[in-house]
Design a protein around this ligand. Structure first.
Ligand code: ADP
Ligand code: ADP
Length: 229
């Protein structure tokens, strides 16, 4: 469930400066495809197009064979869990921010998700220092901690499709390894699009797409791309 296809996708924020110049690839249901490439190549743009923050100018993006322009934004987004580069949190408790992933979740389910993402200790706290509620202590979250809130939210939401955009980039190496194994667990059997800078972080991907200047420069497996250099 959740097979994704990008077909000859063209996109520009500014008509004078095309960002994606005809991108075609598929993420088969349940598989993981990673998009790597230098900064500015258009990687995050691809993930934003799939989530329909913007509409493409030509070509098509389909989910389970259906053009994403033909489904409501609400149902499209309900099927996708997005762990963005920069997570913006609601000014409410961490628990509230996690529950946003699935509003009907029980406290136990919220806690379980928080524990997998290793933020179980502070779910009653608020993300930003000064605005504390009675009996609660504020907490200034680091970029990595915010990312873990986004990961916990996604674990709770358990959508068929995952978009991980540099999902562990703001974490230190030890935490990154721990979170990576949590993410591997979440992405198992889900259709996953991973956006990454470095080839070394996407060893487990079924296919790797190398994006350069808005085009697919190379594609293959981790080993295959390493052999080519
Ligand atoms: P990557 O994720 O590969 O680093 P992005 O997809 O974020 O690249 O950006 C690709 C290009 O599009 C960059 O040159 C960036 O400056 C530009 N860009 C990104 N977002 C916007 C935007 N909202 N408006 C205009 N240009 C943008
Ligand atoms: P919705 O349509 O339900 O408002 P969006 O699809 O606009 O949500 O937002 C994309 C994702 O970004 C949401 O799933 C949520 O995780 C997060 N998000 C959106 N707005 C906020 C916000 N103001 N604060 C924190 N997270 C947000």
């Amino acid at each position: 469930q959740g097979a994704i296809a990008f077909r000859d996708v063209h996109f520009a924020y500014d008509p004078e400066r095309p960002i994606l110049k005809g991108i075609s690839f598929e993420v088969p249901a349940g598989k993981t495809v990673a998009v790597v490439g230098p900064s500015g190549a258009g990687k995050s743009t691809l993930s934003r197009l799939l989530y329909r923050f913007y509409d493409i100018q030509s070509g098509a993006i389909t989910v389970d064979g259906q053009d994403i322009r033909d489904v409501t934004q609400k149902s499209l987004r309900a099927a996708i869990g997005m762990v963005p580069q920069d997570t913006v949190l609601f000014n409410d408790t961490i628990a509230y921010n996690i529950r946003y992933g699935r509003p009907g979740a029980t406290d136990e389910e919220v806690m379980a998700a928080a524990e997998i993402a290793q933020i179980g200790d502070f779910i009653r706290r608020l993300p930003d220092g000064p605005k504390t509620k009675v009996g609660e202590r504020g907490l200034k979250l680091s970029g990595g901690e915010k990312q873990r809130v986004a990961i916990a939210r996604t674990i709770l939401k358990a959508p068929p499709i995952l978009i991980l955009d540099e999902a562990t980039s703001a974490l230190d190496t030890t935490t990154e390894r721990e979170i990576q194994s949590a993410l591997d667990l979440v992405s198992k059997n889900r259709t996953t699009l991973v956006i990454a800078h470095r080839l070394s972080t996407v060893i487990n991907a079924d296919e790797i797409i190398v994006l350069k200047d808005g085009l697919i420069a190379e594609r293959g497996t981790h080993e295959g791309l390493l052999e080519q250099g």
